[in-house]
Design a protein around this ligand. Structure first.
Ligand code: FMN
Ligand code: SF4
Length: 588
């Protein structure tokens, strides 16, 4: 398991129960290298990051290594410092000595905390990675300039640790390439790796990229696209390597080992999504793996926003609480809607021992996910439907499709409780109702645009609008996106926003600061800088948000327990729907 900052520690960097529970759940792994832990307070970058900068951390850290050992894995810890870009150029020689001592002392603490592997973080543009890279390092003293000088601090630190801890397994995480002009490239990285071998490093963990969306890449980058870097470093140094990044595909991971491209397959996000993935792979239970979608939405995006790590599909990566509280007595639960909220609820509830009967008015399960996976780079989302289809069969949950639930059906079923997961529908402003040229993004993703469409406007530059625009542009249409804000995805964190913008098709024109005020036939009218601007297209695609489906809920005028979950409570995203489902299952 690769290191992943969780932001679960106490605010003073000490180990919390959540840290311990999180690692205790991850099973059947060769080794778990725990998250980047700051070796010096100056290198702490997240409010609840784990620290190893003082002796009082040893007790807590020992508890983590202990639970990892209890699961039969080797315990590793990543020692790290993160500072703002180019801070290293201002460090004095005294600062550098202080940093050196901090890493060495942190390594001694790691040893005292019973970690088997000590990993030094020299990748991702963190402090030691900055020293290595000309992109950051503009020092003109012994620690900058020539390759030898840039390597100096990391090598001195790692050399000192090697000297003090002769029998300790030492790993170094490196960037095979910074993927930025002036940064480390494979050549330099190979030279660094050879130096690491010379000073007695045992293992190299190979990553790449200083931009987060490269080293924690989403589906825009192909699966296993960093694997060749690991094999180059392995071939040129003869050192064992750990490969990383989108290796969460059993076939790719197996082939990587069989073809000896790497010695170890490193997994990060897929272990957040499913702590038991290794066991399931080993037992050939591939369909039962809770799939990581490489969406980054709740894991690394949360870390960037200084929040605790979560997961789009696994709402509680540090606990299996829902399954530990069996229902005290049997109740009949009727679930209305087999979209993501209804499916997730019935699966959580069944795992807790409660039987649900699920009704869906459409012919298939999955609700909006059936549309969400259609745009380019979104195919991973189909795995959600595949996973729930498997779980529904595996757990023998009764799902009836093509049934429109009404109050009479609810009364005749006589449930003890009704869980409404009736979803949402696209918002259509009054002036666009019954307009033959206005289509919703849902309609476009489901049925495509009419055959005579060449030039379309997408009204709304949020996530759905941009994905739909990409979907259309990919089919050769000329697409214009109109957004009322002054930038696209204004409130979306960088790690999610940048790859989406980068992946926008070149056939898409973007109009910002355009507030839709009316639609007349195929002409959209916008308020823009105190004028009314009119644009005419073949068709207009509405991506203006959603409204909850509450018709049935509002008709309940008899006494019955009900819970609303997912979009019918508040239109939001997949994670919110799954969290609602999870919390409802816990509550029952
Ligand atoms: C939430 C999160 C936190 C991460 N924290 C670290 C870290 O502490 N140290 C590190 O070297 N890489 C970190 N990474 C990168 C991962 O170790 C890994 O290289 C990356 O996620 C790609 O592997 P994957 O496709 O298996 O997720 C983090 C990734 C995520 C998603
Ligand atoms: S949030 Fe998305 S990328 Fe992150 S672990 Fe969960 S499914 Fe994977």
């Amino acid at each position: 398991m690769l290191p992943t900052v969780t932001n679960y520690a106490n605010s003073d960097g000490s180990v919390s129960q959540k840290n311990i529970d999180y690692y205790a759940l991850r099973e059947n792994l060769a080794a778990i290298i725990i998250e980047a832990s700051y070796a010096h307070l100056m290198g702490k970058s997240f409010a609840n990051q784990l620290g190893i900068e003082s002796d009082d951390k040893i007790d807590g850290l020992s508890k983590i290594s202990n639970v990892i050992h209890n699961n039969g894995a080797l315990a590793g810890i990543q020692l790290a410092m993160n500072v703002k870009s180019k801070t290293i150029n201002k460090l004095t020689i005294l600062d550098i000595e202080d940093i050196q001592n901090s890493f060495v002392n942190a390594a001694l603490r790691a040893k005292s905390s019973n970690f088997d592997i000590i990993e030094i973080h020299c990748a991702h543009g963190w402090l030691l990675g900055q020293f290595l890279s000309s992109y950051f390092n503009q020092r003109s003293d012994l620690f900058g300039g020539t390759l030898q000088n840039r390597f100096r601090l990391p090598l001195e630190i790692i050399g000192s640790i090697r000297h003090k801890l002769k029998d300790q397994v030492l790993s170094v995480r490196v960037n095979a390439s910074d993927f930025v002009e002036g940064g480390i490239d494979l050549n330099e990285s190979l030279m660094f790796a050879k130096e690491l071998k010379n000073i007695g490093v045992d293992l190299i963990s190979v990553s790449a990229g200083i931009k987060t969306f490269i080293h924690v890449s989403n589906a825009i980058y192909p699966k296993g696209f960093l694997l060749d870097f690991a094999s180059q470093i392995k071939a040129n140094t003869n050192l064992p390597t750990i490969a990383a990044n989108r290796l969460n595909d059993f076939d790719i991971a197996t082939l990587a080992i069989e073809q000896e491209k790497t010695d170890f397959v490193g997994l990060a996000r897929s272990l957040i999504a499913d702590p038991k993935i290794a066991t399931k792979w080993q037992n050939g239970q591939l369909r039962s793996v809770v799939p990581c979608l490489n969406c980054n939405q709740e894991c690394i995006a949360n870390i960037g926003a200084q929040k605790q790590m979560s997961c789009l599909i696994n709402p509680n990566p540090y606990s299996s609480k829902v399954f530990q509280q069996p229902f005290m007595y049997k109740r009949k639960v009727m679930v209305v809607g087999a979209g993501i909220a209804g499916l997730a609820f019935s699966v959580f509830a069944k795992k807790k021992g409660l039987n649900c009967i699920v009704f869906e008015r459409q012919s298939k399960i999955g609700g909006q996910i059936n549309l969400a996976y259609k745009p380019p780079y979104k195919q991973e989302f189909k795995k959600i439907i595949d996973y729930y289809t498997y779980e529904i069969q595996n757990l023998n949950i009764d799902v009836y499709t093509n049934i429109e639930v009404d109050t009479e059906l609810i009364k005749s079923e006589k449930p003890d409780i009704v869980v409404f997961a009736t979803g949402s529908t696209p918002y259509i402003p009054e002036f666009a109702l019954n307009n033959e040229y206005a289509l919703t993004a849902d309609e476009v993703l489901e049925f495509g645009v009419p055959f005579d469409a060449r030039c379309v406007a997408v009204l709304g530059g949020g996530l759905v609008g941009l994905e739909t625009a990409n979907f259309l542009a990919n089919q050769g249409l000329s697409v214009s996106v109109f957004e009322m804000e002054d930038s696209l995805l204004k409130n979306t964190v960088e790690v999610l926003r940048l790859p989406i913008l980068e992946s926008l098709h070149s056939n898409i024109k973007v109009f910002l600061d355009h507030q839709l005020v009316n639609i007349e036939n195929n002409t959209a009218i916008f308020q823009h800088e105190n004028t009314l601007d009119k644009y005419t297209f073949d068709y207009l695609v509405l991506a203006l948000g959603r409204r909850p489906n509450v018709d049935l809920i509002n008709k309940i005028n008899f006494c019955i327990d009900t819970i609303n979950i997912g979009d019918c409570k508040r239109p939001h995203d997949v994670h919110a729907a799954i969290c609602d489902a999870y919390n409802a299952a816990i509550m029952l």
